[in-house]
Design a protein around this ligand. Sequence first.
Ligand code: IPM
Ligand code: MG
Length: 355
Amino acid sequence: MSPAQIALLPGDGIGPEVTAAARRVLEQIGATSGLELELEEALIGGAATDAAGDSLPAETLELCRRCDAVFLGAVGGPRWANLEGAQSPEQGLLRLRRELGLFANLRPVPVFPALIPAAPIKPELLEGVDILVVRELTGGIYFGPRQEADAEGQATDTMVYSASEVERIAHVAFRAAAGRRARVTSVDKANVLATSRLWRATVDKVALEYQDIELQHLYVDACAMQILRSPAEFDVILTGNLFGDILSDEASMLAGSLGVLPSASMAEGTFGMFEPVHGSAPDLAGQGVANPLGAILSAAMLLRHSLDLEAEALAVEAAVAATLDEGLTTPDLATSGSGGATTSELTDAIIARID
Ligand code: IPM
Ligand code: MG
């Protein structure tokens, strides 16, 4: 078997620190499973703007296209906040998603029992919570025609969805639900938006192919409320690009910290990009205290979704849970009497528990 090729894009802020943690976990899996991995790093985000004047250099894109999967740390920071176009770190990430056809963003919200005290939600509401947000990632208002403010002080963004874009992401959600609790909640704003009415009708049509899956529609405002009122009711949340961005940050609070959330952004087939949901946290960068769990759990998703290594993915996830059960965490998750571990101490502890 030829080696699995993985592009590592550390990016900005704490991105390089958490990418190093993910790399060590992947190398450990390589060593214990006999799987040959080729890991190659490239520039993205502000780091690429500084070095090459472009937040997504052509070499980076070419490397990603050659690989089986991409791991990304984080992009952005105050130094690049006012740059536009090719120099903007966020635009580099959006171009990468679009160029690689990564339309299906999977954002699981894992609720580890050890982290329930760290969540700003009543513990009794968190029992049994296990949500997967399936967010459409290459369409909607993120990519529709845009007009910056003109002389009259008017600016425009446009939300565009086609039935085929809705269909393919709906299939992803229904297939995911089939391996879980068989519930899909499709989230839109169909009482106002035309794209949402198309969304709803298209999801209803796709649902006919999945008779064993229960489908519910919710308006996005009601969903935002329900995620806090009874989060355990949700299984798969299927939604568009903008609503998914907002709801996944909201749902992350159920997990105790944005720092523990992983994500996968999949193209058709097994190619995907894997990144922690958290940002570049410039205030924490360089201190060695960034939470590596989102990155390590993203590496587990890479093993599962791009390399078909389910047992290895489960081993990483179990090692994370076992480490948390022992009370080891980084400062962002500190509760009384715990929380002093550094990024590399927490990573060491997890690696020691992977068997
Ligand atoms: C995310 C981020 C990005 C998004 C930003 C950095 C462009 O918030 O991945 O959720 O809005 O998609
Ligand atoms: Mg976001």
